[in-house]
Each structure stands twice: as structure tokens, then as C-alpha cells.
Design a protein around this ligand. Structure first.
Ligand code: COA
Ligand code: AMP
Ligand code: ZN
Length: 432
């Protein structure tokens, strides 16, 4: 039942004791990072000021902006030669973010992912197929190493090419898949078109779904469509990637591994802790990271700690499924996008005016982004020029955000004028 009983069966007080020990070690280790050394000095703090878990409140929050400002290696707490991997966010506008890992970090990450997969019943005789993008997307290598650590035959199918995914599923006897929820719907659509019945033609039983918000109703629908049990998986690159919080077989909230993280929920406006059980922004402190420990990192994800104990017996607290974000980040096809990235690209084109509208919608079972943007001058009769401009804009935006938008050029004055702050993003995506 437990892959790591020594951590999964800890009582609340044992968890707190372990957290305090690891917090003190982490804070001391952070003094090797130029960023945290300066932060502590600026706030007249020393590691000796952190004597209890409550003392964590003395430490200022760390933000994504801090990661951008220290790009690429300013947060590192070990010499670069000790690091063996980095992951980076998309984008060239402003600074992307970089996350560094030592060999030990990678081993711990693989163990955390394996613990999650074991918790939902996966074992070495399972065949695990991963439909995440590999490369910089942490869902790729993160699940790969975690599933291998568990000893499963692991199929690094990567994103896209759905017919080939289905061939793998049927030919290799795939029993478990990792997919984002919207892609699970796409898998089902293509299965139907190929006459594949998941119950008759596949051995699928488990789906790991994460990387984008989804409702309980969506989970149920996916479970019915594919004839699987679907477990919510939460993670983020800043915390390694997948393996941060995961549902157990009770499917009632995501256990966050408190031997790896200290959890706080704050009001994103006042930055004060919210009362127990209320929704707020998730703030995480890493407890065993070598290359790049993060103290009180503002994730911008909105959730709450579920009250009560889980019938599975684990005492690690459970997060409710994510309710959204406290910033304007969009998640499309499992890819994180900030509207400012798109705006910055549009501004590079002198032919364009400043008004634009991003629409996210579901076309068949694919989530798509349409960007309508107004032209500066009227040359709508010059069809060839418009076509080539559309192509250029599409290509540069794809390079920036990694997904392909549909770009529509409009005559000036066509977009609806809104009072006050212009509405830049409409999300019309339909639940499947
Ligand atoms: N996972 C797996 N496959 C995906 C996907 C996703 N999140 N989103 C789209 N796809 C598939 C599409 O279904 C399509 O394949 P098909 O036509 O055979 O069904 C193919 O990828 C291309 O999709 P398209 O929407 O035309 O491409 P795009 O240029 O807009 O997006 C992707 C490019 C798919 C490569 C990019 O969105 C991606 O890498 N997404 C995965 C991100 C990820 O893994 N996130 C998880 C982090 S834990
Ligand atoms: P990335 O750093 O690319 O892995 O993206 C991390 C972000 O994806 C998180 O901060 C969340 O906003 C989102 N995310 C990851 N897992 C989930 C999930 N299970 N439900 C909702 N959102 C998620
Ligand atoms: Zn549980």
C-alpha cells in the first residue's frame, strides 16, 4: 500500500518534527544562494532566527519575478558543476525562469513521482505511457523517471500524434496513461473514429490527469469515456514538476507530501494566512532541494486545505482541486502562457495597432487559441500581404508560447471597445 512507509505513515506531530528539522537545514543551505543571502541581509535575518515552524513567517515570499530577475543561475545554492539538469519556462520576452537540479534532486523527484503512482495502485507489471511533452516540460522527464523508478515498462510517447499513441496503447498493452484532461478527451475522440473500444481493445485501467484545472464532472466524464480511474496530479516546475500533490484511491483531494514541502494558504491581496479551510493562494517551501531551494514560493494557484482526515490513513494534508490562478496565466494544451508574451510579440509588428483579443475555445475536442488583432493601416485589399503577415505573426507567437494560435487580422476599430480596462482574454472552452 505504501512505497515509502517511513514517510507516508508519519503522524501529524512526526511530520511537524521532520519539517522543522528540514526547514532549518534548508534555510542554512539557502545562504549558499546569492539571492537568499541578500534577501536575508536586506531583512536583518539570519538562519538562527528560524527556530520554529511559525518563524517561517519572518521570511519574505519568493515570487516568479524573483526567478526572472535572477535568470539564469542567481538562485543556485550549489556550484553549477554540481547541477546535472535544468528546466526552463517558455518565452524570450522578459526573462524565462530556470530551475536547476542536482543528481540528488533528480533522484528525490523520481522517488516522489513513484510514490504517487504506487499510491494509486500502479506496480512494476504495469505499462505506463506518458503523453506529456518531453524536453523542458517537466511532465515528460518527471513522469518518465518516476515510472521507471517504480519499475514499470515506461513508454515515452510524448505529446501529439494521437493515432500513434493509440497504436502504442493497443500493441504494448498500456495499462496506465499520463495525459492532461483535454488531451484525454482527444484520445477518446480518435479512439471512436478508429473503432477502438477501450474496454474491449485495450488494457487501460488508470489515468493520471493534471497540468490544467478540471472539475469533478470532467473527471467522471473522462473515466466513463476511457473506462479508467482518473487521479488528479498536481505539480509545477518550480517545485521540480509532477509529484508535489496527488490523489489517493479515495479520489478526495490531493495529498501534498509534507516531508518535501511546507504548505501555506494566503490571501493573495493581503498576503495574510487565510482561516483554516478557506480558498487562497498556495505558498510552498521546499524541504529537500539542493540545487535551488525555494522559501515561501507564491505559486499563484488558488486552492484550500481540505478539513478532516483521509480514510486512506495518510496524514499529509489534502489540497482541494485547483480553483484557478491569482495571476493572468493561461494554461492551454498543458502549456503555460502569459498574455504579455503575446502582446510583446504583437508590438514588434509595425503593421499592427495595439488592440487585440485572445479567445480560447474548444473546436471538436481540441482546445485552440484565436488572436484577433487590429491593423494599423487599412490594407485589407492586399490579400497576399495580409496572408504573409498572418503567417509571420503566427510563427513568431508559436516560437514564443509553443502552441500554434489562429491569427486573424482585422480592420482598425473592429474589436469591441470596453469601458475602462480592455478585456484581452475570453475563455470559451467547453468541458468535455
Ligand atoms: N498532450 C499531448 N498531445 C497534445 C496535447 C497535449 N497537451 N495538446 C495537443 N496535443 C496533440 C494534438 O492532439 C495533435 O495531435 P493529433 O492531431 O494527432 O491529435 C498534436 O498534439 C498537435 O497539436 P496542435 O494543437 O496542432 O499543436 P500546437 O502547435 O498548438 O501545440 C504541442 C503543440 C501539442 C506540441 C504543445 O501544445 C505541447 O507540447 N503540449 C504538451 C504540453 C505538456 O506536456 N504539458 C504537460 C506538463 S506536465
Ligand atoms: P508547469 O510549471 O508547466 O508544470 O505548470 C505548473 C502549473 O500548472 C501549476 O502552477 C498550475 O497552475 C497548473 N497545474 C498543474 N497541475 C494541475 C492540476 N492538477 N490542476 C490544475 N492546475 C494544475
Ligand atoms: Zn488519502
Amino acid at each position: 500500500m505504501y512505497l515509502h512507509p517511513e514517510f507516508e505513515t508519519l503522524s501529524r506531530s512526526e511530520i511537524k518534527d521532520l519539517q522543522l528539522k528540514r526547514l532549518k537545514d534548508t534555510v542554512r543551505h539557502c545562504m549558499n544562494s546569492p539571492f537568499y543571502r541578500q534577501r536575508f541581509a536586506d531583512n536583518n535575518l539570519t538562519p538562527e532566527d528560524i527556530c520554529s515552524l511559525e518563524d517561517l513567517q519572518k521570511i519574505p515570499f519568493t515570487t516568479k519575478q524573483d526567478l526572472r530577475d535572477t535568470y539564469p543561475f542567481g538562485m543556485a545554492a550549489v556550484p553549477l558543476e554540481k547541477c546535472t539538469r535544468l528546466h526552463s519556462s517558455s518565452g524570450t520576452t522578459g526573462n524565462p525562469t530556470v530551475i536547476l537540479h542536482t543528481e540528488k534532486d533528480l533522484q528525490e523527484w523520481a522517488k516522489a513521482v513513484a510514490r504517487c503512482l504506487y499510491m494509486v495502485g500502479l506496480r512494476p507489471n504495469d505499462v505506463f505511457q506518458n503523453t506529456s511533452g518531453y524536453g523542458m516540460f517537466t511532465g515528460g522527464l518527471g513522469f518518465q523517471y518516476g515510472a521507471e523508478h517504480l519499475g514499470m515498462l515506461t513508454v515515452p510517447a510524448a505529446a501529439g500524434n494521437t493515432k500513434r499513441q493509440l497504436k502504442f496503447i493497443t500493441d504494448f498493452g498500456t495499462t496506465a496513461i499520463h495525459a492532461i484532461p483535454s488531451y484525454a478527451a482527444r484520445l477518446h475522440e480518435v479512439m471512436e473514429s478508429m473503432g477502438i473500444d477501450p474496454a474491449r481493445d485495450t488494457k487501460l485501467k488508470t489515468l493520471v490527469i493534471g497540468a490544467e484545472p478540471h472539475s469533478e464532472a470532467q473527471r467522471k466524464r473522462i473515466e466513463e469515456m476511457l473506462g479508467v480511474k482518473a487521479y488528479n496530479s498536481f505539480g509545477m516546475s518550480e517545485m521540480c514538476g509532477p509529484g508535489v500533490a496527488f490523489e489517493c484511491t479515495e479520489q478526495n483531494g490531493l495529498h501534498i507530501w509534507e516531508d518535501y514541502y511546507i504548505v501555506e494558504i494566503i490571501n493573495p491581496d493581503t498576503l495574510e494566512p487565510v482561516p483554516d479551510g478557506e480558498v487562497g493562494e498556495l505558498v510552498l517551501t521546499t524541504l529537500n532541494r539542493e540545487a535551488m531551494p525555494l522559501l515561501r514560493y507564491r505559486t499563484r494557484d488558488l486552492t484550500r486545505i481540505l478539513p478532516g482526515e483521509c480514510p486512506c490513513g495518510r496524514k499529509h494534508v489534502r489540497l482541494d482541486r485547483m480553483k484557478g490562478r491569482s495571476d493572468d496565466m493561461i494554461i492551454l494544451k498543458g502549456v503555460n502562457i502569459f498574455p504579455i508574451q503575446i502582446e510583446t510579440v504583437l508590438l514588434q509588428f509595425p503593421e499592427l495597432a495595439t488592440d487585440y483579443l485572445i479567445t480560447l475555445e474548444t473546436v471538436d475536442s481540441n482546445d485552440e487559441m484565436t488572436i484577433e488583432v487590429e491593423l494599423n493601416q487599412l490594407f485589407t485589399d492586399d490579400y497576399a500581404r495580409l496572408q504573409s503577415l498572418t503567417r509571420d505573426i503566427t510563427r513568431v507567437i508559436k516560437d514564443e508560447i509553443l502552441v500554434t494560435p489562429r491569427v486573424k487580422l482585422l480592420p482598425k476599430g473592429s474589436l469591441p471597445q470596453s469601458e475602462g480596462k480592455a478585456v484581452r482574454v475570453r475563455d470559451l472552452r467547453k468541458p468535455y
